[in-house]
Write a protein that binds this ligand. Sequence first.
Ligand SMILES: Cc1ncc(COP(=O)(O)O)c(C=O)c1O
Length: 448
Amino acid sequence: MTNFNKSAELLKEEATSFATAARVKYYDIVIDHGQGAVITDVDGNDYIDLLASASSTNTGHAHPKVAKAIAEQASKLIQYTPAYFANPNAAKLAPKLAALSPISGDVEVAWGNSGSDANDAIIKFSRAYTGRQYIVTFTGAYHGSTYGSMTMSSVSLNMTRKMGPMLPGIVKVPFPDPWEQEADETEQHFVDRMFSQFELPFETYLPAEEVAAIVIEPIQGDGGIIKVPDAYMQKLYAFAKEHGILFCVDEVNQGMGRTGKWWGIQNFPGVEPDLMSVGKSVASGMPLSAVIGRKEIMESLGAPGHLFTTAGNPVTTAASLATLEVMEEEHLVERSAELGQLAKDFFKQEAQEFDFIGNVRMYGLNGGIDIVDPSTGKGDSDATTMIMNRVFELGAIIISLRGSVLRFQPPLVITEEQLKQAFAILHQAFSEYQAGQLTMPTCHHMGW
Ligand SMILES: Cc1ncc(COP(=O)(O)O)c(C=O)c1O
């Protein structure tokens, strides 16, 4: 019988001095170790990880090659600040990432410690290069937790509540959410309607010639795993080019093979960013991020315009070099596409059987599954909570987005057998929910 005694003890100890703002509430477990797509808590309970540490361990937990690279480098030199002196790993990694980026011509890289600061870098470099002040971002976006990236975000009131004033010069426009599309509306009409909402600020108070950058997640992660409609993306890109606005993409969540391509933006042929932010899985979860961009933009700031004591340090960059090797050797980008198709087939099949499963979106091994009230078609957060909690009890970790979207992002190394086990768990939870056998967990509120 499963017990959570050690987790409970540790959480009690932590609670005496840990800030509420620093963790979103889900399950009361303390993670002890992991291997591949399985994590184990301090009480020895195993879980199939369908979250991949928020898409930051695409190569799986404790990948032997990544772990070895970290250990070997740590025994040689853990840190000497790249802000003053280069290290061999960072020196090798910068050109590799530049070459891997979807940006043509000369490309440069600047390191950071988190996806958030990489997005702040987009603000800095785009303002410096263009000499313009405004940045346009989208509702539903999550760009991070520093002041700049938080101001660019628009996904939770708790990310601005009591903290203002936020960074000036950030303008938010509506993201083309599928929920906004009317039942009888054609895709073209929907795109035109949403794009006219995008244009409204530019026609009324926002001079395009004062806009430095448009920043977008080509597939919104925390917004619900939502792909921008192709035609909308083409219009947006054309608009940016027409007005000399830098087109910038946030690849922190959806990059590194997550969508079945190296980068999320590669799902949109012909669209090439000027700047992009990467983080999370770039170093298999070690704290490394980067802003990557056209050289002339990246050269618009002088030192110390964007540097940090530990950013690009020898250990994190060793992890990243090993990560890139693993991605190639194990064909993880292709694997994401292939296993993603299996997952898509599974969830579509479930949606046929269970009327509370709404829209299923799957791009690579990367999905958002809407849980709805069948009588209204609207998101049902209580149902989502009951299902997630049951999945947890049955031995898999899944969380939600926007309250009523199941977030499906396993490590890309998950085996087919593990994936099928996860499908069986999900199917059981769906069936029990359908049969009215599930109740709300004692902790009623999970997620944001
Ligand atoms: C799209 C996106 N951008 C930026 C971030 C922020 O990254 P970090 O938490 O490493 O600062 C996240 C984190 O979830 C994200 O999903």
